[in-house]
Structures are given as structure tokens and as C-alpha cells.
Ligand binder design. Structure first.
Ligand code: FAD
Length: 388
């Protein structure tokens, strides 16, 4: 049975990244991913999948990841030997940036450049909708994708959610209703969209994806991480939670923040005192993130991340936070230039990168530790992705 192949080789083998690509790719709409879970399920359907339909499996980037072919498709070439290109993928330039408007800058998690770019895209007609990640209304510590079309929607979804978000489940719905779609994507979401395009599995979707803003990604984590932080570390019962943020707070960094239904607020520092980052990322990451090699969303149009290791120096210019951006494709360059010229984004161009990337949390994990982990797993015959 077609779905059984996805289930046995990907989901039950710990290789599902919960990106949601299979859900949008399924022509019959048979699949879904329960909120906060890893792995798609088959909805109760009136008919079985046709015997020869393996689209969910073919679209899935969890096990078979034709990275070089996708690189060739996007950039018209594969990466060369230059050390930075080897390490960060193909890119045209690297900039440190922030939103110019204070209202946007204060809302974002770092430089709010991702939000500023989306708002600029939507307000200039470059985009007519964007897929972002927000918190669930019923369970505000769980993360789900949202489709937004205007500034308020973008701002409401700003800031990093370190829980698993099945962003690509919304691709089909977005493409049904909008022609110029932008999306914010962790590396695995980017692979899903690119693999759909490479294999020409859903042109009605991929033809409408105009801009993919990738996020650097250390890992996505089970929503148990948030539940542990809220209940065990901050002493709040889940039923009392009104609002939650993985990274709340006014200044760059921030920390886990929770507001209860009776208006009390509690915060736990991001890095210090074994606060949010060490705890969430050590204990709760998805299995697939242990064998992921892509830290800086190497196949996106733009890749955005924090500027760890340089924020003390940059704080002297603005202490609200900065976003490092790799500009990779012509489309990425077009929206960047347009946003800078319109005064929506401030950018320090042609920034050097090597000396501070080594302190970025995901860098050593994805590029070095995970490479070794894949070798170990192979030695024991455990499932590993087939990255070619
Ligand atoms: C799971 C995860 C791991 C990360 N790991 C690193 C890291 O190791 N090193 C590093 O430098 N940066 C990492 N980042 C990126 C960093 O946290 C910021 O998102 C980035 O610097 C952009 O900041 P900004 O102020 O420009 O974004 P903002 O303007 O605040 O916008 C952030 C955008 O990201 C979207 N988003 C948030 N969470 C998710 C999600 N889970 N899936 C899809 N979209 C989402 C939001 O909806 C919003 O549109 C990670 C982000 C995530 C989500």
C-alpha cells in the first residue's frame, strides 16, 4: 500500500521531519499531521489510495534528499570548493540587517528582518500571502502554520517558535487561493518545497511559491519541551496558560515567557541558568534533527538567523537585535534590494562571516556532530537519510 511505504521507511524509522509536504502533495487530501506530533496519518477516507500513487513518499524529503540535484535546479550549478560555499551553501552575499521601523523591529526576535521583508512583500504586491508560524489558540504553547495576507498577521506571528511546525501542510491551501506566495521555512520545509519542484509532483503549488525565506535551524523540538518549561521550570499549569513565547522579552535574546489567564507573567532566560535554549534543544529535539546537515537553509532564496558572537559590537548601533542574511537567489536579491531601497530594511552589506559562525548554536551541531552521528548510525545499521 502506498502510504505504508511512507510510514515504514520514513515515519516509523525516525526520519520524518514533520514538514507537512506529504499532506499538501497528496492529490486526494488523505493525510494530516496532528498538532505537535511528528509523522502524518491517513485520515479516515472513503477509498484507499490508488495502488500506483506514491506521491507522498516521492515528495518526502525525510529519507531521500537529492540535495545536489536541488542545488543544481535552484542555482544552475553545484557548490564549489571555496570554504565558505562548502560550509554555508551557494550565496551571492551576506548582510547583517534589521527592520527600520521601530514597531516592527521591537516585534521581531532578532532584527525582525524576516517580518519586515514579508510586510514589504505584501504591501508592494511582490507577494499576496505568506505562510508563517504562530501559536495555537486552544493550546498556546503548540505551534501551527498560518496563512497571512497583511501586516498585522505577519507581526502576530513574529518571533521564533522552537516547537515542531508542519508549515508545508498549508502549501496546497495557499496555492488554491493565492498566486504569489511567500513562506518562512526551516531547512526541512525548504527541502520539501524544492523536492516537489524538482520531481514536478505538484506544479500547481510550486509555480506559486515566489519567495522562500529560510531560517537557520539548530533543531525543531517536540511540544513536550514547552510543556516541560511551563510546568516544571516555571510552575504554571498548562490549563492556566493564556499566552506563551519561546523567545519573549524586549531585547535581543529574550527568553521563555508565559502569561497566565489571571495576568501573571513569568520569564526564563534564554541561555543563562540552564534556561530555554540548553534545556529545550538538548532534551526534546525531533529524531530527524539529529541527522540533519543543513543549518542555514542552504536551498532557500534568503536564509536568516541570529548574529550570535557579534551582538555586543552590533548592540552599540542598535540593541534591539540583528538578523544575519545570506542572499542566495535572484528573487532573494530582488526583494532585499527593494526593501533596502524603500527604507524598510537597514543592511550592512558584504559582511564577513567566518569568524562568528562558529559560535552560532546550530553550526557545529549540524556541520560536524551530525555528520559523525550519521557515520555511527550507519555502523549500527540504524536508519539514516539518503543525502545525495
Ligand atoms: C526551530 C528554529 C531553530 C532556529 N535555530 C537557530 C540557530 O541555531 N541559530 C540561529 O542563528 N538562528 C536560529 N533560528 C532563527 C532565529 O531564531 C530567528 O528566526 C532569525 O534570526 C530571524 O529573526 P527575525 O527577527 O528576522 O525574525 P522575525 O521577524 O521574528 O520573524 C520570524 C519568522 O519566523 C517564523 N517562524 C517562527 N518559528 C518558525 C518555525 N518553527 N517554522 C517556520 N517558521 C517559523 C515566524 O512566523 C516569523 O515569520 C531558529 C529558528 C527556528 C524557528
Amino acid at each position: 500500500m502506498p502510504f505504508d511505504k511512507l510510514q515504514s521507511e520514513v515515519i516509523n524509522s525516525g526520519l520524518c521531519c514533520s514538514c507537512g509536504t506529504c499532506v499538501s502533495a497528496c492529490p486526494l487530501g488523505y493525510l494530516s499531521i496532528p498538532l505537535g506530533e511528528v509523522g502524518s496519518e491517513k485520515k479516515p477516507a472513503t477509498k484507499d489510495c490508488p495502488d500506483n500513487c506514491f506521491i507522498c513518499y516521492q515528495a518526502c524529503p525525510g529519507k531521500n534528499l537529492p540535495f545536489s540535484e536541488m542545488e543544481q535546479m535552484i542555482f544552475g550549478q553545484r557548490r564549489g570548493d571555496e570554504p565558505n560555499e562548502q560550509m554555508f551553501g551557494i550565496y551571492k552575499s551576506h548582510m547583517v540587517t534589521h527592520a527600520v521601523a521601530d514597531q516592527i523591529h521591537q516585534t521581531g526576535v532578532a532584527g525582525a528582518s524576516v517580518s519586515a521583508l514579508l510586510i514589504h512583500g505584501l504591501e508592494t504586491g511582490f507577494l499576496d500571502a505568506a505562510i508563517v508560524a504562530g501559536y495555537d489558540k486552544e493550546k498556546p504553547w503548540q505551534v501551527r502554520p498560518f496563512l497571512v495576507t497583511e501586516r498585522q498577521g505577519v507581526l502576530a506571528a513574529a518571533r521564533s517558535k522552537y516547537g515542531v511546525c508542519s508549515t508545508n501542510t498549508l502549501l496546497a491551501e495557499a496555492a488554491k487561493n493565492y498566486e504569489r506566495i511567500g513562506m518562512v521555512a526551516c531547512p526541512c520545509h525548504v527541502w520539501g518545497v524544492r523536492k516537489l519542484a524538482l520531481r514536478k509532483l505538484a506544479p500547481k503549488i510550486t509555480d506559486r511559491i515566489k519567495l522562500v525565506i529560510g531560517l537557520y535551524c539548530l533543531a525543531q523540538n517536540f511540544s513536550l519541551a514547552a510543556e516541560y518549561m511551563i510546568t516544571q521550570r516555571m510552575g504554571v499549569r498548562l490549563e492556566d496558560v493564556a499566552e506563551f513565547q519561546y523567545r519573549g522579552g524586549a531585547l535581543f535574546g529574550g527568553g521563555t515567557w508565559v502569561k497566565t489567564k489571571d495576568g501573571q507573567e513569568k520569564t526564563m532566560e534564554l541561555l543563562g541558568n540552564w534556561g530555554m535554549v540548553p534545556t529545550v534543544f538538548i532534551g526534546y529535539q525531533m529524531e530527524r534533527c539529529f541527522v540533519c546537515r543543513d543549518h542555514v537553509a542552504e536551498l532557500a532564496d534568503l536564509s536568516a538567523g541570529d548574529v550570535w558572537g557579534r551582538h555586543h559590537e552590533l548592540d552599540k548601533k542598535s540593541n534591539l537585535g540583528w538578523t544575519g542574511i545570506f542572499v542566495r537567489t535572484p528573487v532573494g536579491q530582488e526583494i532585499m534590494e527593494s526593501a533596502i531601497q524603500a527604507g524598510a530594511l537597514y543592511a550592512e552589506r558584504d559582511d564577513t562571516i567566518a569568524e562568528y559562525y562558529c559560535v552560532n548554536p546550530g553550526h557545529s551541531k549540524k556541520r560536524f556532530a551530525n555528520a559523525k552521528r550519521i557515520e555511527y548510525r550507519k555502523r549500527y545499521g540504524w536508519p539514516v537519510p539518503n543525502i545525495t
